[in-house]
Design a protein around this ligand. Structure first.
Ligand SMILES: Nc1nc2c(c(=O)[nH]1)N[C@H]1C(S)=C(S)[C@@H](COP(=O)(O)O)O[C@H]1N2
Ligand SMILES: [Mo]
Length: 196
């Protein structure tokens, strides 16, 4: 991956205040997938939220009708690369949980292909996460999780589940795929919650 120097190089280099500890900027966008890339047509895509009271499923068009918004956010991978100021488009989780009631405090994000990752529900709301469908003005490529992925930029990027299929509400926290394999249960890059 190509490293980037911001601003004029060569002089005294201040630490970038937007870069969490131990992170390095990259110019390109690395692909990190634990398994094969699924190819999912939007016609075959659906999104299901399961809670203690039942479940709700949206198809592609009705899901987007919940409302998309454009956001500019930074992403930080636990393997030490970051990208700052990426343009994304997606449906905020606030729009989904305006339609779904739960008393539970955690969710497991579930992907086509079986990948899972856990996030506290209150960290997905109040403008903190999206089901993203575009990045940098282009539909998400299959390698980057298209047609839709979770985007939780304030946590390490493994929490941003690619090929998202839905969310399952949980009363208690519990590990997803990488969390069962040594990654931190929470994953805050500013506190370097990398491994457990
Ligand atoms: N479904 C799924 N989502 C996933 C992964 C994966 O293997 N499968 N990898 C995670 C990890 S470890 C990272 S760093 C990011 C990488 O996203 P990218 O390939 O778009 O850079 O996706 C996350 N989401
Ligand atoms: Mo990662």
């Amino acid at each position: 991956m190509a490293l980037v120097t911001r601003g004029f190089g060569g002089h005294r280099r201040e630490p970038d205040p937007d870069l969490p500890p131990g992170q390095t900027l990259v110019a390109d966008w690395p692909v990190l997938s634990a398994g094969p890339t699924p190819r999912i047509d939007t016609a075959d895509w659906s999104f299901t939220v399961a809670t203690e009271t039942g479940s709700r499923t949206w198809g592609w068009d009705e899901f987007l009708a919940l409302g998309v918004e454009d956001v500019t956010v930074d992403i930080h991978c636990v393997t030490h690369w970051s990208k700052l100021g990426m343009a994304w488009r997606g449906v905020p989780l606030d729009a989904i949980f305006a339609e779904v009631e739960t008393q539970y405090d955690y969710v497991m994000a579930q992907s086509f292909g079986g990948y899972t990752t856990n996030v506290p529900l209150d960290e997905l709301l109040d403008g903190q996460s999206w089901i993203a469908i575009e990045a940098d003005g282009e539909p998400l490529s299959p390698e980057h999780g298209g047609p839709a992925r979770l985007l939780v930029p304030h946590l390490y990027f493994w929490k941003s589940a690619k090929w998202i299929a839905g969310l399952r509400a949980m009363p208690d926290d519990g590990p997803g795929f990488w969390e069962q394999n040594g990654y931190h249960l929470h994953g805050d890059p500013w506190r370097e919650e990398r491994y457990s």
